[in-house]
Design a protein around this ligand. Structure first.
Ligand SMILES: Cc1cc2nc3c(=O)[nH]c(=O)nc-3n(C[C@H](O)[C@H](O)[C@H](O)COP(=O)(O)OP(=O)(O)OC[C@H]3O[C@@H](n4cnc5c(N)ncnc54)[C@H](O)[C@@H]3O)c2cc1C
Length: 421
């Protein structure tokens, strides 16, 4: 599955191909949009869902993109239909709900400080509303949060987090300055394993330590605004951004303005900068970091290297794309020729909700006793991308949109059959 950030045209283009046919249908009178209609309740009569009711929010069209729109209620509405499909998304902007359902026994204590990888409207509110109407919710403790979050220096939504999509070379330390071990210490290799090691310290953040050479080759940022060349479908800009020397301009902007970034000419100054932004009164010891970095650096030229991360770097450079585009040439972190040194404080960021409303294979909502809830369907992230959780505890990157489309198609077909008889 292509990730949004590497689809030509990114998120806006992914949306366009689905939006246009619906707009055409609206022009033909087949579809009516209900903007500023907020559903607060499902109408259930004789055990079947027969409609929705909710609040009409005040018109508020002229706000800049991303700014929260008014929640002033100016009226109410009630709509009736032979079928209702809930597609209200996940819970990722509702930290309270995330903490209440956090899988502590699998990954460790819920993070005290989290940042939001999804917009404010992803509030999980419809889950409780649908449950109160009689639906079964399952797998509530399944969620796909990331450990490589940085505060967006130019936010679009509150607590806006951007995920770093890292290559394998940054060294990864927990909040006490101890290197993450095994494959969990290789950036991008084992999200849940890394999360466990990070949370086991009692802190809710970790550190990348890297060089300018690594940031230039290996840092990509998730999000349409962070990839203007792909979003604008601008080949010239893409070639300039990706092939020219230096990091892409969005990455450089983060390095310059981001509150999680520290840049320094030597390790002592770097650690001093890291200690200034460390949370919870933790203090890093420069000597402890130096010993571990030197140990790793010694392995770079060793043909019989046993350092799991260095082995992973060599492996990642075996294919041409990895070598050319994604993985920095192996070098010593403390080699000034590859400087300056960079540290990044990595926060936990919310993203996908892997559980939710339980449905059958036709996206029909089921009740806690397993019986079908007549008239009610659920699809997309609110249904754990289908059924109440198609991914299990882990998830494959890029497969979320696929689950939304697949469960939406199942719902559409089933509604068509039910309504047309
Ligand atoms: C930055 C980012 C990058 C991502 N990258 C990828 C990727 O590369 N590949 C991938 O597969 N997935 C990716 N995802 C995940 C994917 O985008 C989402 O899982 C997917 O868009 C969810 O679609 P949805 O229609 O179920 O919910 P949403 O897109 O969240 O839509 C829900 C809609 O319901 C509305 N709503 C909610 N409650 C109510 C209510 N009470 N009344 C009326 N309306 C309501 C909301 O306003 C919203 O418009 C990414 C997500 C983010 C945030």
């Amino acid at each position: 599955m292509p990730r949004f950030h590497i689809t030509w045209g990114t998120g806006p283009e992914v949306v366009r191909v689905f939006r246009e046919p619906v707009e055409e249908a609206e022009a033909r009178g087949l579809v009516r949009f209900g903007f500023r209609h907020r559903v607060d309740d499902l109408i259930v009569e004789d055990d079947a869902c027969v409609g929705v009711r909710g609040s009409l929010l005040a018109p508020d069209d002229d706000r800049p993109r991303g700014e929260a729109s008014s929640r002033e209620v100016v009226g109410d509405f009630e709509l009736r239909a032979p079928a209702v499909v809930v597609t209200s998304g996940g819970i990722g902007h509702n930290f309270e709900l995330m903490r209440a359902n956090w899988p502590t026994e699998r990954v460790g204590p819920a993070p005290e400080h989290m940042i939001a990888g999804v917009p404010a409207h992803v509030d999980g509110r419809m889950l409780a509303i649908t449950e109160a109407a009689g639906a079964s919710l399952v797998n509530k403790d399944r969620m796909w949060a990331y450990v490589e979050g940085v505060h967006n220096w130019s936010p679009i939504w509150p607590d806006h987090a951007i995920r770093i999509l890292p290559g394998p070379s940054s060294m990864w330390f927990d909040a006490d300055g101890r290197r993450l071990t095994g494959m969990s210490g290789v950036p991008g290799a084992d999200s849940i394993g890394s999360m466990k090691q990070i949370l086991a310290t009692g802190a809710d953040y970790s550190w990348f330590v890297l060089t300018q050479s690594i940031i230039e080759k290996e840092f990509a940022l998730s999000g349409s605004e962070q990839n203007p060349d792909w979003t604008e479908k601008d080949i010239k800009m893409m070639l300039k951004e990706r092939l020219a020397k230096g990091a892409t301009s969005p990455v450089e902007a983060f390095k310059e303005h981001g509150e999680d970034f520290v840049v320094a000419g030597d390790l002592d100054s770097l650690v001093a900068g890291m200690n200034q932004i460390a949370r919870g009164g933790r203090v890093l010891d420069a000597d402890l970091l130096r010993r571990q970095i030197e140990d790793r650096d010694r392995q770079i030229d060793n043909p019989f290297c046993k350092d799991a991360q260095v082995m992973a770097i060599h492996n990642a450079r075996r294919d041409r794309t990895g070598k050319l585009m994604r993985v920095a040439k192996p070098h010593r972190i403390l080699d000034p020729a590859h400087g300056p040194l960079i540290a990044v404080r990595l926060n936990i960021l919310s993203r996908k909700t892997l559980g939710g409303i339980e449905t059958d294979l036709d996206s029909r909502v089921v009740r806690p006793d397993g019986s079908v809830f007549p008239g009610l369907y659920a699809a997309g992230e609110v249904a754990g991308f289908g059924g109440g959780g198609v991914h299990g505890y882990n998830a494959l990157e890029g497969t979320f949109l696929g689950g939304c489309i697949f469960s939406g198609r199942a719902a559409g077909r089933a509604v068509g059959r039910a309504v047309s008889g």
